[in-house]
Design a protein. Structure first.
Length: 57
């Protein structure tokens, strides 16, 4: 289960990306998550995925 609150979701996703996954797509595939849904939730708080950094900034 992933956090519903966007700020908590940001922390959760960036930690997973930093420590366990080489990309957002790999994380979503492995954890069976909706990548578009995550990107939309984090866009609400003005965070967007940066492929080069492999994190939401």
């Amino acid at each position: 289960m992933i956090p519903k609150d966007p700020v908590m979701l940001l922390s959760f996703v960036n930690l997973k990306l930093r420590d366990y996954y080489s990309s957002l797509e790999a994380m979503c595939d492995d954890m069976d998550l909706d990548m578009d849904g995550i990107e939309e939730k984090l866009a609400v708080i003005d965070y967007h995925y940066d492929k080069e950094r492999n994190q939401f900034i």
